[in-house]
Design a protein around this ligand. Structure first.
Ligand code: DQA
Length: 145
């Protein structure tokens, strides 16, 4: 089973970006954690990160025909305003899980709203790297259901 993990803008800066909110793991280390969890549920993880909305939307489109059986996405700030990303996720016919490192509900007002949430099977927020492990488990379960 292939699970696709996608990241949006600024997550490439993890490790040194606002460690109080996002911890000290780099994006590569976070992806390694998710890859490890995927292996434990007999899944293979593919990862891609994009700084721009259009590139991320294009990769979501490609997920419709690249063998991905579930998608996990941390859209970064696009979470809060990208209707284009939401529409792209809506067109997927495999489950999509939204994940955030920080507890977006306990931060600034604008972070409390996710415009992609309604297109996703569920979301995990506030548990740092553990949230990625949980998301991989959920993705594998949903894909196998
Ligand atoms: C984030 C939360 C977003 O509000 C923010 O813009 C990010 C990271 C998270 O993982 O906590 O870039 O998605």
């Amino acid at each position: 089973m292939k699970i696709l993990l996608l990241h949006g803008p600024n997550l490439s800066q993890l490790g040194s970006r606002d460690p109080e909110q996002y911890g000290r793991l780099t994006l590569d280390e976070l992806v390694a954690t998710a890859t490890d969890e995927a292996a434990s549920v007999d899944a293979e993880l593919e990862h891609a990160a994009f700084e721009s909305e259009g590139d991320l939307v294009t990769r979501v489109h490609a997920a419709r025909s690249d063998g991905s059986e579930a998608v996990i996405i941390n859209p970064g700030a696009l979470t809060h305003y990208s209707y284009a990303l939401r529409d792209a996720i809506d067109v997927l016919d495999v489950p999509c899980i939204e994940v955030h490192l920080s507890n977006v509900h306990a931060r600034e007002d604008f972070r409390r709203r996710s415009v992609v949430a309604a297109a996703c099977a569920g979301s995990v927020a506030g548990f740092g790297a553990l949230g990625y492990r949980l998301a991989v488990r959920a993705a594998a379960d949903l894909a196998r259901a």
